[in-house]
Design a protein around this ligand. Structure first.
Ligand SMILES: Cc1ncc(COP(=O)(O)O)c(C=O)c1O
Length: 471
């Protein structure tokens, strides 16, 4: 045994005195030998050291704060695979209970003891499961009618989240998108209905549009679709992508009809790891009744003393998130979720008002529907500004905030906006600090003598489109 190994084994390693700390971290091939755990830990830890603090990341919708008990429970379950139901049957029961509670929050009409739903790794898996079920139901119906079933399509607005593009490409479904415009910033119902035909597997409205924070008018869509289905004899369903809204609307707008209270809504997906307040990754999908979940997608287990239906794209998945969700449901209850989301909403509203009062900005929407919002540079201000919102994003990063700037979807992609997502973990004090940092950053940017590279790029684009602004 050489001297170095002895020192390490005696626990006397000086991590920053080690040979490993003088070398680059492994990047291409698996290291040949072993590394002492404290050094391996330090290398991995330090990779993430300069990153934004998760709670200052206002770009994400995903949970960045859970209380100590939730964190403990989840850490204790970190080695448990959800799929091993025989070994951990209570996790499956807990999952079934979570599905029941989510389904009941969404006014499921299903009468059985276990509601029809599934856990996913996030909304993406949940959306895909909802989409696949709609496609299979449509295909089975077409087959039964002896009609062709090779040209399925799906209708939604251009403000879709990328998962729907993936779903349509992977399952070879034509994606028909209704452009969002400044006049119609949410799904244009008439235009959506006009895009439907006998091959439409479903329409997908969004509760909590990723790009804007607004909600599609699902009740209006349901009425128009019911009339259309009656007139045509089709049976086009609605799948609601409620990635954010699924855990906001039941608490903040309980009287608003967007869920299974509407006849055409046959499935709904949400992210447990967004406003369900669980660390990533967790998603839920619920069907109106078991008849809407095609048999090919489900596999039932009956060894738990009850029939629990299992559906999923992945086989193995972490169980810890389910424990976290069930803990939150018990710990917070309806009232707890309501209070947390009301606070997020009040803080988002406070930021919205403060941004709206700044001379250089213009909020995209007057009212907030969810605890997130977007704004742009005021159109007059924009004509002579030497900076863009991309520069403001960079400046705010210097104080640790991640407030993303991005261009809007197709048709209104000229517009650059900035977004704040307020979640549990953002206090009024933090909002004050953020607003102060924005004011200071703008004051710095206004001192610039020459346009920034991002402003020059923006000017070039505008010149190409015939809009010339001078500085
Ligand atoms: C409307 C919408 N749908 C789907 C998703 C995908 O969610 P996840 O990240 O949980 O897979 C998101 C994510 O932001 C979203 O906003």
């Amino acid at each position: 045994m050489n001297q170095k190994t002895k020192t390490q084994q005696s626990g006397a390693t000086a991590v920053f005195g080690s040979a490993e700390m003088k070398q680059s971290a492994p990047a291409e091939t698996l290291p040949l030998g072993m590394t002492p755990p404290e050094i391996a830990y330090q290398i991995v830890k330090d990779e993430t050291f300069p990153q934004t603090q998760p709670r200052l990341n206002l770009a994400t919708f995903v949970t960045t704060y859970m209380d100590d008990y939730a964190t403990r429970l989840m850490n204790e379950a970190v080695g448990i695979n959800y799929i091993d139901e025989t070994e951990y049957p209570r996790v499956a029961v807990m999952c079934g209970r979570c599905i029941n509670m989510v389904a009941n929050l969404w006014h499921s009409p299903e009468k059985s003891e276990w509601k029809t739903g599934a856990v996913g790794i996030g909304s993406s898996e949940a959306c895909m499961l909802g989409g696949v079920a709609a496609w299979l139901r449509w295909r089975d119906r077409r087959k039964a009618e002896g009609k062709p079933f090779d040209k399925p399509n799906l209708v939604m607005s251009t403000a879709y989240q990328v998962v729907w593009e993936k779903f349509c490409q992977l399952w070879q479904i034509e994606m028909r998108t209704v452009p969002i415009t400044h006049k119609n910033p949410t799904l244009d119902i008439d235009a959506a209905i006009k895009m439907c035909d006998e091959n439409t597997i479903c329409i997908v409205p969004i509760a909590g549009v990723t790009w804007t924070g607004m909600n599609d008018d699902i009740e209006g869509l349901n009425s128009a679709l019911e009339a259309y289905n009656k007139k045509t004899g089709y049976d086009i369903p609605i799948h609601v992508d409620a990635a954010s809204g699924g855990f906001i609307l039941p608490f903040l707008k309980p009287d608003k009809k967007w869920d299974f209270r509407l006849k055409c809504v046959k499935s709904i997906s949400t992210s447990g790891h967004k406003y369900g307040l669980v660390y990533p990754g967790l998603g839920w999908v619920v069907w109106r009744d078991k008849e809407y979940l095609p048999k090919e997608m489900s596999f039932g287990v009956n060894y738990l003393g009850a029939n629990i239906t299992q559906v999923g794209l992945n086989f193995s998945r972490p169980a810890a998130q389910i424990l976290g969700q069930y803990y939150n449901f018990i710990r917070l209850g309806y009232e707890g979720y309501k209070q947390i989301h009301e606070n997020s909403m009040a803080i988002a509203q406070y930021c919205h008002d403060a941004i709206g009062q700044m001379h250089c900005f213009c909020n995209y929407s007057k009212e907030l529907e969810n605890p997130l919002f977007i704004w742009s540079l005021d159109s007059e201000y924009d004509k002579t500004a030497k900076w863009t919102l991309f520069d403001l994003q960079d400046k705010l990063m210097q104080s640790g905030w991640m407030v993303p700037a991005y261009t809007m979807p197709k048709n209104i992609e000229d517009m650059v906006v900035m977004r704040i997502v307020v979640r549990q973990g953002m206090s009024r004090d933090m909002a004050d600090m953020l607003m102060g940092d924005i004011i200071n950053a703008v004051a710095e940017l206004e001192k610039l003598e020459y346009p920034t590279p991002s402003r020059i790029a923006c000017q070039k684009q505008q010149q190409q489109k015939g809009k010339v602004y001078t500085h």
